[in-house]
Write a protein that binds this ligand. Structure first.
Ligand code: DC
Length: 221
């Protein structure tokens, strides 16, 4: 199987770019952030402090998380319920960032990610795909952009969905998440040594997708 690992900070355009590139290559696209978000949603719904490793760890025995593909669209299920929309709420983003720092949560989601990659040609995006989940992935890309540009992209998405968040709030949330994601002890966000870094700050979507596809094709040949 051909596995492409794409890691990078929130809002770098990983999911949009990976989805388009996967479609073009005929691979499935796996968004691993959705898994951490589903655990975050469980914590939010059940009044569990998403930073409390003991409480979150204990709750894992009551949780099942599954990914299913409807055509090429990924849906995430929490205890059998499709939570694909709820996981996109800003509070779910922060809860996901918190639970993702808990080793038991990472261990809980590890096999699921490995199994999908073993069975499918895929582009898998996340924070630790090239470093931890798929260290032998054939192609590894670290996708990034400046915090201001990433926050502006996220802000526009939220406004389209009718959210009331301000740009400053989005930027400040993003900086907190960047800090959490890259400073946690376990599987921190960092480029794999054998990854290619792509900065999308000055690129539009089409240019970014073309760049990613050309990196992938070059490595495949
Ligand atoms: O990519 P995203 O914003 O949907 O991810 C949500 C959170 O999950 C993010 O703050 C970091 C965490 N995450 C992770 O730790 N490892 C991954 N492979 C994917 C996401």
């Amino acid at each position: 199987m051909i596995n492409v690992a794409i890691d990078g900070p929130a809002g770098a355009g990983k999911s949009t770019i990976s989805r388009s590139a996967a479609k073009e290559l005929g691979f499935i696209y796996v968004d691993t952030g959705a898994l951490y978000r589903a655990v975050g949603v469980y914590a939010l719904r059940n009044g569990i402090d998403s930073k409390n490793a003991d409480e979150v760890g204990k709750s894992l025995e009551k949780i099942t998380v599954e990914l299913k593909f409807v055509g090429d669209v990924q849906h995430v299920f929490l205890n059998g319920e499709d939570v694909s929309e709820e996981i996109r709420l800003p509070e779910a983003s922060m809860a996901a960032s918190n639970v993702s720092a808990i080793p038991a949560v990472r261990a809980f989601l590890f096999d699921l990610q490995r199994d999908i990659a073993a069975k499918n040609n895929c582009i898998m995006d996340g924070r630790d795909i090239g470093t931890v989940v798929l260290p032998d992935a054939r192609i590894k890309i670290f996708l990034t952009a400046s915090p201001e540009i990433r926050a502006m992209r996220r802000y526009k998405e939220l406004v389209q969905k009718g959210a009331k968040d301000t740009y400053e709030e989005v930027l400040s949330d993003l900086k907190i998440r960047d800090y959490n994601d890259s400073h946690r002890e376990i599987a921190p966000l960092k480029p794999a040594e054998d990854s290619v870094t792509v900065d999308t700050s000055g690129l539009d979507l089409e240019q970014s997708v073309n760049k990613i596809i050309s990196v992938i094709k070059e490595k495949m040949s």
